[in-house]
Design a protein. Structure first.
Length: 95
């Protein structure tokens, strides 16, 4: 038997855009808010500044002789965020 890949339908556009202010409406990060850093259309997820932080161990290197941990934002499904303040403007007009 072969495994069938599940097709994900990708909407043409989402209600959130880069630089929008959003608040998380469900999940473990509920109630937190921040600015959208990136929208991943192919996965239907967004990255919000300062929300859903994950830690990753880093090996020692010349820049960081002791190694340590890096914190970076994880993704959140687009349906779990609500826009509180939309980004204004767009492309700047050339002068």
């Amino acid at each position: 038997m072969s495994k069938l890949k599940k097709k994900i339908s990708i909407p043409a556009k989402y209600h959130v855009k880069k630089d929008d202010e959003v608040v998380i409406i469900s999940g473990s990060q509920k109630g937190k808010g921040g600015r959208v850093l990136q929208v991943l259309k192919s996965k239907a997820r967004v990255i919000v500044e300062g929300v859903n932080l994950t830690k990753k161990a880093v090996r020692p290197s010349q820049d960081r002789p002791k190694g340590g941990f890096d914190e970076k934002e994880g993704t959140i499904h687009v349906s779990n965020v609500k826009v509180t303040k939309a980004a204004v403007g767009g492309k700047k007009a050339k002068e």
